[in-house]
Design a protein. Structure first.
Length: 54
């Protein structure tokens, strides 16, 4: 599993989302970058139980 982490541009809130493939995570990261969001990071081999612990 892949975890995508980012910070919203408007309110600096931190967000994260799980993906089954790197391709899907990268697609979402590209969309977020286009929207102007910050600190986009993809972590590989994330287990669901460790999802919130970066």
């Amino acid at each position: 599993m892949y975890a995508l982490y980012w910070t919203t541009k408007d309110d600096s809130n931190k967000h994260s989302q799980m993906f089954e493939s790197r391709e899907k995570a990268e697609k979402k990261a590209a969309q977020l970058k286009e929207e102007g969001h910050l600190f986009i990071d993809i972590k590989e081999n994330v287990e669901p139980q460790n999802f919130w612990h970066k």
